[in-house]
Design a binder for this molecule. Structure first.
Ligand code: AMP
Length: 426
C-alpha cells in the first residue's frame, strides 16, 4: 500500500479508540490513589516561557540542549512545549501564592509532554505522564510517600516485577565536594570517554552516568560515588527514607550511579523499573527531591519532592502482562430495525433508552435482520429490541429475552419498564 500523503509527526501518535480504555483506566487509578492522599489536580499550559526550563532543568542537560520544541510567538515571546511537569507546577505554585496555604501543598497532573528525542521503543516525542508533587516539606517521610504512591499506582494497574532504585545526590553543602572529586576522576580518564561525555565534563559531569556507551560504562565502574560524599544531614535523610521503605516492605536497591542529571534535584532520586525483561529493565517512573527549585525560579526556600510516570510505557507493560481490562463497555440491549419507517423511529427510541441509562448496541448500516441479530449475539446482550414495519405503524416493539428466547410484543411507551425487568434478571 502506498504511504498516505500525511502522517502524524515523527514520534507522535494518535490515541486510537482501542487504546482509550487504557488511558481512562490509568487516569482513574491515579485519581483514586492520589485522592486518598489529598492531592488536588492541576493542569498547566502545554507551552511555557523557554527560560523557565533553562532556570530549572539547567543548561548542559539533554532536555534543554537537544530535546525542547521551541517557538517564537508573533509577539516575540520565546516559548517551549513543556518537556516535564515539575518546573511548570513550581512556577504556578509561586505565581498563585500557594505558599500561604497550609504546607505541604499536594498536586497531581496527567497530560502530554514533549521531547525532541530519537524515537524508539518506549521513547516518543509526545508522550503522557501522570505526576505528583508534594511542595513545602523536607521530612524524609515525604520522599518515601512519593515512592509509595508511584509504586502502589503501578501495582494497582496489575504490573509486577517492579523494583525501586534509590540514591542520594546530596545537597548544596556536599554535592560540590563530590562534583569536584568526580571531575578529577573524569578528567584523568577523558580520552577513554565518548565525545558526548567529554562535553559533559564541562557542562554537567553527573550526567555521564546516564551514558549508554559501553566504554564509558567501564570507565565509570571506578568513579567516585555520591553516596560516599554525603554530609551528615544528607546521610541521615537517606537513612530515614530507606527505613520508611523497609517498613512499607517496598523492594528497593541502592543504586549509586543513579543521578537523574537535572539541575533541580537534591538528595533523594529514584526510579521504578519493570524487571520483567531482566536484560533490559524499563523505567516506568522516576522522581526525587528538589529543595532548590523554588529559589531558582524566584520563590523562597521551599523543600519539595515529586515523581512522574510514563503512560505509554505503562500501557506497553500492561499489554505484556495482560492486565485485565474491559476494553469496550458491553451493551445491555441490541436494537434491530427493519424497513424505512422503523429506521426513522430508531433514533428517538435510542435516545429514550440513553435517558434511562440503558446501554444499547445497534447496527444501523446493516438493514437485514439476520445480520443485525448476528451482531447482537456476538455482543452477548441480554435482550434484543426488534422494530419492523408493522410494529412501527402500530407503535409497538418486540422484545426478545436472549436467555429464555421468549419474545413479547409491548407498547413503545413501555420499552424502558419492560427492558428493566429483563435486565434485573440474573
Ligand atoms: P522523566 O521525566 O524523564 O523522569 O520521565 C519519567 C517517566 O516518563 C519515565 O520513567 C518514562 O516512563 C516516561 N518517559 C520519559 N521520557 C519519555 C519519552 N520520550 N517517551 C515515552 N515515555 C517517556
Amino acid at each position: 500500500m502506498a504511504k498516505p500523503k500525511f502522517q502524524s509527526p515523527t514520534g507522535m501518535h494518535d490515541i486510537l479508540p482501542q487504546n482509550q480504555a487504557y488511558y481512562e483506566k490509568i487516569q482513574n487509578t491515579a485519581k483514586e490513589v492520589v485522592e486518598f492522599y489529598d492531592f488536588g489536580k492541576i493542569d498547566t499550559p502545554v507551552l511555557e516561557d523557554y527560560n523557565l526550563f533553562i532556570r530549572s532543568i539547567g543548561e548542559g542537560t539533554d532536555i534543554v540542549e537537544k530535546e525542547m520544541f521551541t517557538l517564537k510567538t508573533k509577539g516575540k515571546d520565546f516559548l517551549a512545549l513543556r518537556p516535564e511537569g515539575t518546573a511548570p507546577i513550581m512556577r504556578s505554585y509561586i505565581e498563585n501564592g500557594f505558599v500561604s496555604l497550609p504546607q505541604p501543598v499536594r498536586l497531581w497532573y496527567f497530560g502530554p509532554f514533549f521531547r525532541y528525542e530519537k524515537p524508539q521503543a518506549g521513547r516518543f516525542r509526545q508522550f503522557n505522564q501522570f505526576g505528583i508533587e508534594i511542595i513545602g516539606e523536607d521530612d524524609a517521610i515525604i520522599d518515601a510517600q512519593t515512592i509509595l504512591i508511584m509504586y502502589k499506582f503501578l501495582q494497582e494497574l496489575g504490573l509486577k516485577d517492579l523494583v525501586v532504585k534509590v540514591n542520594s545526590i546530596g545537597d548544596d553543602k556536599c554535592r560540590p565536594i563530590y562534583r569536584k572529586e568526580l571531575l578529577k576522576y573524569l578528567r584523568d580518564k577523558k580520552t577513554s570517554l565518548c565525545a558526548d561525555c567529554q562535553k559533559r565534563i564541562k557542562t554537567n559531569p553527573l550526567r555521564v552516568f546516564d551514558c549508554k556507551n559501553e566504554k564509558c560504562g567501564q570507565v565509570l565502574m571506578g568513579a567516585p560515588q555520591s553516596i560516599d560524599y554525603l554530609c551528615e544531614e544528607c546521610k541521615k535523610h537517606l537513612k530515614n527514607v530507606l527505613e520508611y521503605l523497609d517498613e512499607l516492605k517496598i523492594p528497593y536497591s541502592l543504586e549509586s550511579k543513579l543521578v537523574r542529571g537535572l539541575d533541580y534535584y537534591t538528595r533523594t532520586v529514584f526510579e521504578i523499573e519493570s524487571t520483567r525483561e531482566q536484560d533490559s529493565p524499563i523505567a516506568l517512573a522516576g522522581g526525587g527531591r528538589y529543595d532548590n527549585l523554588s529559589k531558582a525560579l524566584g520563590g523562597g526556600e521551599i523543600s519539595s519532592c515529586g515523581a512522574a510516570a510514563g503512560i505509554e510505557r505503562i500501557i506497553a507493560e500492561m499489554k505484556e502482562v495482560k492486565s485485565k481490562l474491559i476494553l469496550h463497555s458491553i451493551p445491555d440491549v441490541f436494537f434491530a430495525q427493519i424497513g424505512p419507517l422503523a429506521k426513522k423511529r430508531s433514533l428517538p427510541i435510542l435516545e429514550e433508552l440513553r435517558n434511562a441509562k440503558i446501554k444499547v448496541g445497534e447496527s444501523f448500516g446493516k438493514d437485514g435482520l439476520k445480520a443485525q441479530l448476528g451482531k447482537a449475539s456476538r455482543l452477548g446482550v441480554k435482550a434484543v429490541l426488534i422494530l419492523g414495519q408493522k410494529e412501527a405503524i402500530n407503535e409497538m416493539i418486540l422484545i426478545r429475552n436472549m436467555k429464555t428466547s421468549k419474545q413479547v410484543e409491548v407498547k413503545q411507551e413501555d420499552i424502558v419498564i419492560e427492558l428493566k425487568k429483563i435486565l434485573k434478571e440474573k
